[in-house]
Every structure is written in structure tokens, then in C-alpha cells.
Design a protein around this ligand. Structure first.
Ligand SMILES: Nc1ncnc2c1ncn2[C@@H]1O[C@H](COP(=O)(O)OP(=O)(O)OP(=O)(O)O)[C@@H](O)[C@H]1O
Ligand SMILES: [Mg+2]
Length: 544
């Protein structure tokens, strides 16, 4: 007892006699534990040194003379020693064990290399070997992907069975096409939702943002565009689900998997169950496939649903890598992340095949705040935005496009002349309606012209309401706009506008009105007026 209490290395404090035995036992246990830990550390260091001294190792049946050793593991990041001179930023590295255990180098210091893991951290342990592959993160590209749901690295994740990965690979993060490889946007890309095609027309190769609060129809807008593009326009579509629920992705894809148009689309899924790097890289994988299709002289549209969640994943990875946080804790390069992704959308020059890759990024706002950090970033990168508001959505105006806040900066050049003229009239009618709308609620006697503007606006908004997953063709859109802006529906009661719309669309199927429609010229009104007169009298007969 005297010996122990006098030993300075034990650092024992004076104790009172009542709990002496208990405290002494506790302290002795601590001393034994500390000693064991020290021994273990020394053993680990010795093992590491022995491993480092090795000249070569065998991993996955291959001989490697360059390798690193896992020093520590935490939160999906592995810190590797013995490696700094042998790898480059963005390189894929493999871990001992299965061949599929890979990660990407995202930080290099003098002694430590930080690797972001693509898999669960529990599958490796400290002291494991790591080898470089000499390749940047890439995705295989092939025909097998069409009609399938794949993950960021190209592996099938749907229930249709596995496939052999295509041999052709492309790095997911590459430089955008230069000016000489591009051409101005001039061909239209229809979403199939009439109000969007009229007010915010999109051109092939454009970047148009879909923005709005939660549950305002953003996904529906992108999905309708997919149906419209793959069904009638024969373009290709790449839809990336980023940070969505697994159940949501499988419900949506299973519902339509038997449709013919489904085979023209590729679905990339990095759900919230996947690791953060896989989620933020999914956007780049989709972009790479879209760009490749564009360079093959075809037209591809890529939807990123959504980039807010992608930015959150990137923030998570950056914070774990101990990069300095900036505004809203996002890293300083989050703008660069989105710009280098969206810059890759392009209408390619004839020398490059004249194909295109159109980008439809989705951004979620909080309380319609478009001036938040990520929304402003993406708004400034894209060529326009379609803003969906909650207020309109709740009132049943769907698609709930906010006409005042939505814009397309290059699309109207790409619009067919026939559509452009009708859209211009529609825009001015809706703008006038928005101006006088507020008076309607409190002013009792309004003058005739205000009443006319109000009535026209109300009827046009009814006409532009559209059920989901029922895209309209260009010609149907032209007909509805013609009827709307020329006052054919003004005298109808509000509740009759939607039934009349379906009646009109049914009637035109039995006629040959569209046969001689030339989208590149101005509308020849004569046949349309005659047709509308007939439909109006049929409608009146039906109603009487
Ligand atoms: N034009 C429409 N007609 C009828 N229902 C619609 C229409 N557009 C969207 N909806 C419905 O509104 C709901 C929300 O739509 P959607 O999932 O597209 O919104 P979101 O903005 O993507 O939501 P989130 O923010 O959760 O991703 C869905 O149930 C969808 O079926
Ligand atoms: Mg959505």
C-alpha cells in the first residue's frame, strides 16, 4: 500500500479510508487498460512499419509495387499513409479484399491521403492495403443501360437482373465542350405541358432550371418531359434520382417499365440510402452519358432531380474532409461543382455531329426563397428557370408555373414561329390579367375592358391546367392556344372550360386539320377558324 501511494507515476491523490479499496481497484484497472492499449499501439506501429518496408504486395491476384496502408477510418473517409507521391486527385483506389471495394482520392497532404469510400466503412479495417488504379472515376456506357435503373458506377439496381458491364468507359468529370464545338440553340424541346412550352420554351442544348418549394410538381414536370421526349420526339432521356427515397424510385420506374418509350430512357439512382459521394457523383455520371449521346449526333435530355440534395451531399463530404466551410457551411467550390456540371450541356456544332445534351436541373426552395445560396447559384448558371409556386398548386392550378418569376433566356429563338406568335399573345393576356387580378376581389363595379381582361385571364388559366403524365403534342398545343387567345372560350362558364378542352382535342382527332400545318411558317388562320366554328356549334348542340 505504501509502495503504491508513494509511486509518483501512478499520480494517486490522498484518499479517505471509507472508499479506499474501491478507488484503488478502479485505478489499478485503469493502469492495466492503459498498458494494454500502449502495447497494442506499439504492435500496430510495428506491423505498419513492417508492411511499409515491403517492396511488393499481391492484391486481387495482382502484384503491386506501389501501395498505401489504411491509417484511420471514420465517417466514410479513409486516411492512408505511405501513398502521397503515388496518387493523383480524383483517382480511384482499391482496397484489399473484394475487387469492388473502391474509393476516390479527395485530399492529398505530405503524409496522408484522404480517400472517400464508395461502400460501408465496416468492410475494411485499419492496416489494410490500398492500391492505385491509375484511373479517374468513370462510368461504363452501353446500350444495355436503356430501360434500366443503374447506380452511379453503372451497376444495375433494378430487379431485372444483372448485365455484363460495357467495355467503353468515360471519366465522369471532364471538361465542357469549347466554343468552337458548339452551336446556338435553335431546335425546340417540348415538355408536353402547354403552359411551359408557351411561356418558358426550351431549346435542345439549353439549361433550364425547375425550381420550387416541396410538393409543387417539380418531379412531375421533369417526368412529363421524359414521356413527351421519348414517346413522340424520339429523343433520349437520362433521369437521375439524387437523394430520393428508394421506394419512390422503384414505384415510379416499375409503373412505366412496360411502356415502349421507357426503353429510350436511362435511370440513374443514388438514393438517400447510398453513400454521400455516390449521391453527388450521380449527377456527373448522368451528364457523362447525356454528353456521350449528344456527341453521337443524337439528342439527349438529362434531368437532375434534385441538385439541392446533391449540394448537401457535397457539403457533407467536404466537411468530413475538413475543408473550410463557407456560406451556409457549403464549401467555397459549390458554385464550381454546379457550373462544371451544367456547362457540359450543349448544342454541338455540325463538325461534332450536331447532336445535343439538354440539362433540366431541379432545385428545391424553402418558403419560396429564390435568393438563398444554392438557388441563386444555379439560377445564375442556367439559361432560365421555371418557378412553381405553392399558392397556385394548392388552388389547383397545375402545373403551378409562376408566370412572373419564370423565364427562358434562349428558348424563344428555338420556338416554332407558329407557336411563338400565339405564345406572345398568351403572355400579354396573362400579364394584363395578373395586373388587374387584385382589383377583382374588392372593387364592385369594374369597367368593361377590365372585366374583359379578367374573364380572358380566368378562362386561359383554366385552359392551361393539365393533368399529370398526359403531355400534349405541338399541334394540339397550337390548337388550344389558338382557341384561347382568339376568345373562343371567353363566353363559356369557368367549369366548362376543361370539358370543352377535351371535347376539342377529341374532335380534332377525327379531322385533318393538322395535315397542312407548317410549324416553320405563320399560322394560316382560315382552316382553324372554320374548324373552331364547327366545334363550337357541336358543343352548343351537346349542351342544349
Ligand atoms: N399536373 C398535375 N396534376 C395533378 N397532380 C399533380 C400534377 N403535378 C403534380 N401533381 C401531384 O402533386 C404531388 C407532388 O408532385 P411532385 O412529386 O411532382 O412534386 P415535387 O415538387 O417533385 O415534390 P418534392 O419536393 O417532394 O420532390 C404528386 O402527388 C403529384 O402526383
Ligand atoms: Mg420531386
Amino acid at each position: 500500500m505504501l509502495l503504491i501511494s508513494n509511486n509518483p507515476s501512478l499520480n494517486l491523490k490522498p484518499f479517505n479510508s471509507s472508499n479506499t479499496g474501491q478507488m484503488l481497484r478502479k485505478r489499478l484497472q485503469e493502469i492495466v487498460h492503459e498498458k494494454k492499449q500502449k502495447e497494442m499501439q506499439e504492435k500496430k506501429q510495428k506491423e505498419m512499419q513492417e508492411k511499409m518496408q515491403k517492396k511488393e504486395i499481391i492484391l486481387n491476384n495482382r502484384l503491386y509495387s506501389v501501395f498505401g496502408i489504411v491509417d484511420s477510418l471514420a465517417d466514410g473517409i479513409a486516411r492512408i499513409t505511405n501513398f502521397s507521391d503515388d496518387v493523383i486527385f480524383g483517382e480511384v483506389v482499391l482496397f484489399s479484399g473484394l475487387e469492388s471495394l473502391s474509393g476516390v482520392v479527395m485530399g492529398i497532404t505530405e503524409k496522408i491521403v484522404s480517400v472517400v469510400l464508395f461502400f460501408n466503412v465496416n468492410r475494411i479495417s485499419e492496416g489494410d492495403y490500398v492500391v492505385p488504379t491509375g484511373e479517374l472515376v468513370s462510368i461504363p456506357i452501353g446500350k444495355v443501360f436503356f430501360g434500366r435503373v443503374i447506380n452511379t458506377l453503372g451497376f444495375a439496381v433494378d430487379d431485372k437482373g444483372t448485365f455484363v458491364l460495357p467495355k467503353l468507359r468515360r471519366p465522369i468529370d471532364s471538361k465542357a465542350a469549347g466554343i468552337s464545338s458548339r452551336e446556338a440553340v435553335y431546335e425546340p424541346m417540348l415538355t408536353g405541358q402547354l403552359i411551359l412550352d408557351a411561356i418558358t420554351p426550351i431549346g435542345l442544348g439549353q439549361r433550364e432550371l425547375i425550381i420550387g418549394d416541396r410538393q409543387t410538381g417539380k418531379t412531375t414536370c421533369a417526368w412529363d418531359t421524359l414521356i413527351n421526349q421519348c414517346k413522340d420526339q424520339y429523343h433520349f432521356f437520362i433521369y437521375s434520382f439524387i437523394g430520393q427515397k428508394n421506394s419512390f424510385v422503384s414505384r415510379l420506374t416499375n409503373k412505366y417499365s412496360e411502356e415502349k418509350w421507357f426503353k429510350r430512357a436511362i435511370f440513374i439512382s443514388a438514393t438517400c440510402a447510398d453513400s454521400a459521394p455516390l449521391q453527388y457523383m450521380a449527377a456527373f455520371s448522368s451528364c457523362t452519358i447525356g454528353e456521350y449521346i449528344g456527341l453521337l449526333a443524337s439528342d439527349a435530355v438529362v434531368a437532375y432531380d434534385d441538385l439541392s440534395k446533391q449540394a448537401v451531399c457535397y457539403r457533407q463530404v467536404s466537411l468530413l474532409l475538413r475543408r473550410p466551410p463557407g456560406r451556409e457551411a457549403y464549401p467555397a467550390d459549390v458554385f464550381y461543382l454546379h457550373s462544371r456540371l451544367l456547362e457540359r450541356a450543349a448544342k454541338f456544332h455540325v463538325s461534332k455531329g450536331a447532336g445535343s445534351s439538354t440539362a433540366l436541373p431541379v432545385i428545391e426552395t424553402q418558403l419560396s426563397d429564390v435568393s438563398a445560396y444554392i438557388p441563386t447559384n444555379v439560377i445564375s448558371i442556367t439559361d432560365g428557370q421555371m418557378f412553381f409556386n405553392t399558392e397556385g398548386f394548392k388552388k389547383g392550378i397545375r402545373p403551378a408555373l409562376d408566370v412572373n418569376l419564370s423565364v427562358s433566356r434562349v428558348g424563344s429563338i428555338a420556338q416554332w414561329p407558329i407557336m411563338r406568335k400565339l405564345s406572345a399573345k398568351l403572355k400579354s393576356s396573362l400579364a394584363q390579367y395578373k395586373e388587374v387580378e387584385v382589383y377583382a376581389s374588392f372593387a364592385a363595379d369594374l369597367d368593361a375592358s377590365t372585366l374583359f381582361t379578367l374573364n380572358r385571364g380566368i378562362k386561359l388559366i383554366e385552359l392551361l391546367k393539365q393533368a399529370k403524365n398526359q403531355p400534349l403534342s405541338r399541334d394540339e398545343g397550337v390548337l388550344l392556344l389558338f382557341a384561347g387567345v382568339n376568345g373562343y372560350i371567353d363566353h363559356l362558364p369557368k367549369e366548362d372550360v376543361v370539358p370543352f378542352k377535351y371535347f376539342l382535342l377529341n374532335s380534332v382527332k377525327q379531322s385533318n386539320l393538322f395535315w397542312e400545318l407548317n410549324p416553320y411558317k405563320d399560322l394560316v388562320a382560315g382552316p382553324f377558324e372554320k374548324f373552331m366554328d364547327v366545334v363550337m356549334s357541336d358543343w352548343a348542340n351537346k349542351k342544349s
